[in-house]
Write a protein that binds this ligand. Structure first.
Ligand code: FAD
Length: 379
């Protein structure tokens, strides 16, 4: 249950509006979209028209004023159909746009932010490479200045919205080895020399994921985001936001598992009594609620601290791990409580069970979160 400490009546009204949107536009179709491994582009425009894509972005570029709790509410409500893929795909601008919004020139902002927030164009963030995702400072895709263009060569992989993105915020090497030689560049989807191949996944089926190849792509130098060789800071800032969002997704998915498991346990009778009357099942539900409650308390506190302008990096890293471990535990127990029904395609907990791993790997894997937290804690 949401702590009233952090939520206003306006947040509640926003939740009601998003819930209706999800019930109308997503829930009836989610199984078909998951099986088809795609959702329609029109969903971006529908979400954009309601202002859902613009949350927290500047109003001057088509955004909507919002705090961290609006974003959390959006994540929770989008999670209700039990598909993380829909959130990853529909909200890929949540990681693709901030570098442009925070560090880009006014011309870049004018050009790229409004059509993405209205849902006309799709945004992706391309950092990870086939040679590795955790060691961002050693990325190998190069951008070499040639007159008023950069020539980009290299490859990115596991990119969310990678197949259909129109605007790809790409991390490239413009300088020396290491973090001091990394820049961010906007590469448009129709740039000659850019090719893409789709990837099939364990979960998040309706979200498009791709490998991108850049073969001597000519990108206008004006598409550089911020200063040359200062992109690493932007990537790291972005990771902090992404990690908070992933924690929100994981806890929301855990909540769906709890809701589904409780409903099933109350209804399902074995040996003459509902499952919910069996101590062993009740204890599983309490174990789930206990983990969800503590993870959510930490998430709400950190959301508030970030809204106050703080950046508690170690705490965000540890929260990401707490939240994804909570989701893994709850998905496992929910499938067990549903028995055979929990193993059948189309059931929310089956889908969520397959989606647990991506959240403990993406946006900074569990091991990397511990390393980063250890460094921040001076260990
Ligand atoms: C579905 C999906 C969507 C994604 N979307 C995007 C996207 O939109 N944009 C994007 O840029 N990336 C995206 N990613 C990539 C994701 O961020 C990376 O997979 C992640 O950062 C890990 O990188 P890697 O897969 O190359 O693993 P590696 O870096 O090769 O690591 C492999 C394993 O080794 C561990 N490890 C690595 N180094 C160390 C160390 N020093 N000590 C201990 N353990 C270590 C890691 O924790 C991990 O468990 C996505 C991934 C998936 C699966």
């Amino acid at each position: 249950m949401a702590a009233r400490l952090f939520y206003t009546d306006e947040h509640d009204a926003f939740r009601t509006e998003v819930r209706k949107f999800v019930q109308r536009e997503i829930s009836p179709h989610i199984e078909a979209w998951e099986e088809a491994a795609e959702f329609p582009r029109s969903l971006y425009r529908a979400a954009g028209a309601l202002g859902l894509l613009g949350l927290g972005f500047p109003e001057a570029y088509g955004g909507t004023e919002a705090d961290g709790f609006h974003k959390l509410i959006l994540t929770e409500e989008l999670s209700r159909p039990g598909s993380g893929g829909i959130i990853a795909g529909l909200m890929s601008h949540g990681i693709g746009l901030p570098p442009i919004a925070n560090m880009g020139s006014d011309a870049l902002k004018q050009r790229f932010i409004p059509p993405i927030l209205s849902g006309e164009k799709i945004s992706a963030l391309a950092v990870t490479e086939p040679s590795g995702g955790s060691d961002v400072a050693n990325l190998r895709t190069t951008a070499r200045l040639d007159g008023d263009h950069y020539i980009v060569d290299g490859s990115k992989t596991f990119i969310t919205s990678g197949m259909r993105a129109d605007v790809i915020t790409t991390a490239v090497r413009t300088g020396e080895p290491g973090m001091g030689g990394v820049s961010m560049l906007v590469i448009e989807g129709d740039t000659p020399g850019l090719t893409r191949t789709p990837l099939k996944k364990m979960g998040w089926w309706c979200s498009d994921t791709a490998t991108l190849y850049f073969d001597a792509c000519r990108v206008p130098a004006a598409n550089l985001i911020g200063q040359e060789n200062e992109g690493f800071r932007g990537i790291m800032q972005n990771f902090n936001n992404e990690r908070l969002m992933i924690a929100g997704m994981a806890i929301a998915a855990a909540q769906v598992c709890w809701d589904e498991a409780l409903a099933y346990a109350r209804e399902r009778e074995t040996f003459g009594r509902p499952l919910s009357k069996r101590q062993v099942i009740r204890h599983k539900l309490v174990d789930m609620a206990q983990r969800i409650g503590s993870a959510r308390a930490a998430l709400e506190l950190l959301t508030w601290r970030v809204d106050q302008g703080q950046w508690p990096i170690a705490e965000v890293c540890m929260l990401k791990n707490t939240a994804t471990q909570c989701m893994e535990f709850c998905a496992k127990e929910a499938v067990q409580i549903l028995g055979g029904a929990g193993y059948i395609r189309g059931v929310k907990v089956e889908r969520i069970y397959r989606e647990t791993k991506v959240l403990s790997i993406g946006g900074g894997a569990e091991e990397i979160m511990k390393e980063l937290a250890a460094r921040q804690l001076g260990l």
